[in-house]
Design a binder for this molecule. Structure first.
Ligand code: GLN
Length: 255
């Protein structure tokens, strides 16, 4: 009896090992995407014109780009709307195939994920209440609203070597931060150029935005480190879209 049990245990162990080999057979990221038939894009849909919600659907420049990548792969696109500052962690952990969220390439992020070719250049803008003299407006000493974990937060508002803010209030989106500015809870908001322009256009007469002259930034798509096969497909599609002037077209369509 003991022998039978031992043999059974051995058999079960062998089955488990085999099952694992089959499941973790060194399949590439690309094979896995094709097998499940979907490309999972992580984004934060409060960043118009790159990603925003319209009629209960997430749309925008990054979604148009991601649709082209999914088409190239022959799979459907699934968009997962989440908090911006968790996207890099999720990609790192393999929870999602790519992060496309108007994401600026930074040295810190490069240590955690791999980036595609850059497809948009941007810079940080400042949103202030209408009537503010932007020529003389000083960011030092102000209560500044930002979207948490963005470059506007980490590299500008929250860096005392750049801005000596009185306080930095962190929000889930720049839209929320701008709404709080209208309630007088922050003096201004720092966010990327096109979202700043879109948010102010949607609040005409209440707020304006200006360019404080910071460094240019470039957006790219993030994938898990080492997922070179997927990255190659993404780069091919991005390069084609840029060569065809499609990305500019998407920007115009969503602005
Ligand atoms: N470009 C900024 C960043 O990467 C903001 C992106 C966003 O809020 N979606 O930090």
């Amino acid at each position: 009896m003991k022998k039978v049990l031992k043999a059974l245990a051995l058999l079960m162990a062998a089955v488990l090992v085999l099952a694992c080999f089959a499941g973790c057979s060194g399949q590439s990221g690309l094979d896995q995407i094709k097998e499940k038939g979907e490309l999972v894009m992580l984004t934060n849909a409060a960043f118009p014109p790159f990603e925003y919600v319209e009629n209960d659907e997430v749309v925008g420049v990054d979604i148009d780009i991601a649709n082209e990548i999914a088409k190239e792969l022959g799979v459907k696109l699934t968009v997962q709307n989440m908090e911006f500052d968790l996207i890099v962690d999720y990609i790192k952990a393999g929870k999602g195939d790519m992060g496309a969220a108007g994401m600026t390439v930074t040295d810190e992020r490069k240590q955690q994920v791999d980036f595609s070719v850059e497809y948009i250049t941007s810079t940080q803008y400042v949103i202030v209440p209408a009537g503010t003299d932007t020529e003389t407006f000083e960011l030092d000493g102000k209560v500044i609203g930002v979207q948490e974990g963005t470059t506007g937060d980490v590299y500008y508002a929250d860096d005392p070597d750049v801005i000596k803010a009185k306080e930095v209030k962190k929000y889930k989106s720049a839209i929320d931060a701008a709404a709080d500015m209208l309630l007088g809870r922050v003096d201004c908001v720092i966010i990327d150029e096109l979202p700043a322009k879109k948010i102010t256009a949607q609040n005409e007469g209440k707020m304006i935005c200006y360019d404080p002259g910071y460094e240019p930034e470039s957006y790219a798509i993030a994938v898990q480190k080492g997922n070179t096969e997927l990255l190659e497909v993404i780069n091919t599609v991005l390069q084609r879209l840029m060569d065809e002037g499609k990305i500019q077209e998407y920007v115009i369509n969503h602005s």
